[in-house]
Every structure is written in structure tokens, then in C-alpha cells.
Design a protein around this ligand. Structure first.
Ligand SMILES: *[C@@H]1O[C@H](CO)[C@@H](O)[C@H](O)[C@H]1NC(C)=O
Ligand SMILES: *[C@@H]1O[C@H](CO)[C@@H](O)[C@H](O)[C@H]1NC(C)=O
Ligand SMILES: [Cu+2]
Length: 328
């Protein structure tokens, strides 16, 4: 309590002192830019720690998204559920293999959290720590895929990989990635096609994550994290989770909460440096060779009204601004 009051006071004094020496336009900028301290921090837990009641209210809220009107304005998206895969398809090239991969998806998980809250979910935003699944060598038996209190298991290879058990059994989804990242309206039932290739599974094991977390600069970190563990989880689940319409798959958001968690843990290893370390290529640059023109002052690619489009700098710290959460 004392520390928080002190911090608030410090901000107020610092802003006032700076403001006194600056012209009016710059003063307004400074006031607008001062990071808002969080009044409290929400905890984001491991999925496995949720109660049965929380898990079932989570599933209910996910399904409720299909009953809410679309907000993105993307023609193929007929409801709020479809908006998530649709915007992810249409922004595909702006949000993958670019510097903005991590900050955009951080905000996208937050957009989902708000949508679920609007659908009556008042529990926490969970993450899936898939290293536990990969380390066993058999991710298919992970609790996340439980048919009784998880997201259900693999699809049926004899029925177009359709998921036939669990809360998403024969679950209708509508969006497919088309050419040139156009979101197509193509109703089908949710698919999974687990790929047990050990090399793929090892790419998201705890050793692979340890390797990611050991990179010392953002650009190298985000390149490995996106390309190796992140990509391998998409490819392991496959079906709807494979292509850019992957937000059709509800597990997507627990996967991306885990990616976000790893980034925040990486940032916490050297907060002063890493909460402002942001670099890499824009969509027209090469992810390995550059040019590396991205700036922390860039505006994030659009979320199509799912949530407001802030600057990268506004989502660099999960403990400030309108993020205000920590992973536990
Ligand atoms: C993860 O996979 C690598 C091979 O890529 C292997 O050498 C390592 O032992 C695995 N780690 C664990 C914890 O299973
Ligand atoms: C971002 O903008 C601030 C002023 O708003 C400036 O001081 C800073 O140098 C800019 N950073 C980059 C990387 O462009
Ligand atoms: Cu993505």
C-alpha cells in the first residue's frame, strides 16, 4: 500500500516537473503518455488449476460468442466467434514473421478475454503450458485434451478429422484462410489431426523453451519463439489449428496465453532493459535479414474493432496501462 501510494506520488511529481518546462502540445503528449499504474493485477493461471465450474463456464462463454454480432466488418464473419479467425486471417502478413508478432497477439488474447467477459465469463484467463505435454512425449494425453473436462481430443481421421468428443464435438466453425489472406466463409465442423512426429513434439518441449528464454535480444528471441515452439504447437494440433484461421480452435487462446507468458517471463529477467526492447522487421522486410525497421512507437496492426489499436509501447508491460495481469 505504502509503496503504491509512493509510486503514484512520484508519477504525479515527475509529470508536473516535466510539464512545467515544456510547451503546451508537448505537455498534453506527456500527460497522455504517462503509463497508468494498475490499481490491481489479475492473475492468469495454468488451465489445469481451474475448477470444474470455471472450466465449464469458460466453455459456455466461448460458445456464446457465436450468438453475438460481428464487429470486425469482415464480410465472411457472421458473428463475434468468427471475427477472431477472420481478423487473424486478414492480418496474417502483418502479425506473423514480424516484430509485432508478440505484442499483437498479447493484445489479441486480451480482446478474447473481454469478449468472453461480455459473454458472462468471470473466471481467469488461463494458459496451456504445453511443455508438460511435450516432455511426456505424448501430448495427446495432456489434460487439455480431456474429453470430460478439457477441450476434447483428436479429430476422427475417418471423418475428415472432425472432433467428435468433448465440449467442441461436432462444433461448427465458418472461416477458412483463402488466397491472399482473404477470410472465406466456409462452414465446417472443427477439425484436429494430431501429428505425433517426435521432432515436432520436441520443438515445444521444455528444452526448446529453455533455449528460447536464453536469447538476450528481442529480435532473436521472438524469431526463435515464433518459428519453433509456437509454430510446432500449431502444427502438432493441425486441422483448424494449422493455417491462419487457427482462432477457430478455442485452444488457440490458451496457446497464445502461454506464448505471452513466456515473453513476460523473459521480460522479467531484466525488466528495465526488456520492457523497452523491441526490434525486428515490418511486413515488407525479411524476418532474418531485415531491414529491421520496427519501432516501439509503431501502432499495432488492426484488431477490426475487437479492441482498440494501441501502440506497441502500450503493451510492453503486462503490469501497466490497460493490461494489468500477471501469470501465476
Ligand atoms: C527436447 O527435445 C530435444 C531434441 O530436440 C532433446 O534433446 C531433449 O532431451 C528434449 N527435452 C526433454 C525435456 O524431453
Ligand atoms: C518513440 O517516441 C519517443 C517520443 O514520443 C521518442 O523519444 C523515441 O526516441 C521514439 N523511439 C523510437 C525507437 O523511435
Ligand atoms: Cu497468430
Amino acid at each position: 500500500m505504502f509503496a503504491k501510494t509512493w509510486l503514484l506520488l512520484f508519477f504525479a511529481v515527475a509529470v508536473a516537473l516535466h510539464a512545467a518546462a515544456l510547451p503546451l502540445a508537448a505537455q498534453q503528449d506527456l500527460v497522455a503518455r504517462a503509463p497508468t499504474p494498475c490499481s490491481s493485477l489479475k492473475q492468469r493461471p495454468n488451465w489445469n488449476t481451474l475448477s470444474q465450474a470455471q472450466k465449464s463456464s469458460y466453455f459456455d462463454a466461448v460458445k456464446c460468442l457465436k450468438t453475438k454480432p460481428a464487429v470486425t466488418g469482415i464480410e465472411s464473419s457472421k458473428n463475434l466467434y468468427d471475427d477472431f479467425p477472420a481478423i487473424h486471417v486478414e492480418q496474417n502478413h502483418h502479425i506473423h514473421s514480424v516484430a509485432a508478432f508478440l505484442p499483437w497477439h498479447r493484445r489479441f488474447v486480451q480482446a478474447r478475454e473481454r469478449a468472453l467477459a461480455a459473454c458472462g465469463y468471470d473466471g481467469p484467463t488461463p494458459y496451456w503450458d504445453w511443455t508438460e505435454a511435450a516432455d511426456t512425449g505424448n501430448p495427446d494425453v495432456d489434460p487439455i485434451f480431456s474429453v470430460t473436462d478439457g477441450f476434447g481430443g483428436n479429430g476422427n481421421p475417418n471423418n475428415n478429422d472432425v472432433v467428435e468428443e468433448g465440449p467442441f464435438a461436432n462444433f461448427p466453425v465458418d472461416i477458412l484462410q483463402g488466397d491472399k489472406d482473404v477470410a472465406l466463409f466456409s462452414p465446417h465442423l472443427l477439425r484436429r489431426a494430431f501429428n505425433p512426429d517426435p521432432q515436432l513434439v520436441n520443438a515445444f518441449n521444455s528444452s526448446s523453451v529453455a533455449k528460447a528464454q536464453a536469447f538476450e535480444t528481442f529480435n532473436k528471441y521472438r524469431y526463435y519463439l515464433e518459428g519453433t515452439p509456437h509454430g510446432a504447437v500449431h502444427q502438432y494440433i493441425a486441422g483448424d489449428m494449422g493455417p491462419a484461421h487457427s482462432p477457430n480452435e478455442a485452444v488457440f487462446f490458451l496457446h497464445h496465453a502461454q506464448i505471452d507468458r513466456l515473453w513476460s517471463l523473459w521480460q522479467e529477467m531484466d525488466p528495465e532493459q526488456r520492457k523497452s526492447d523491441y526490434a525486428g522487421n515490418l511486413p515488407d522486410g525479411n524476418t532474418l535479414t531485415g531491414p529491421f525497421d520496427a519501432s516501439i512507437n509503431d501502432t499495432l496492426p488492426t484488431f477490426g474493432n475487437l479492441i482498440d489499436q494501441v501502440q506497441v509501447r502500450d503493451v510492453m508491460d503486462t503490469k501497466s496501462g490497460d493490461l494489468c495481469y500477471v501469470y501465476v
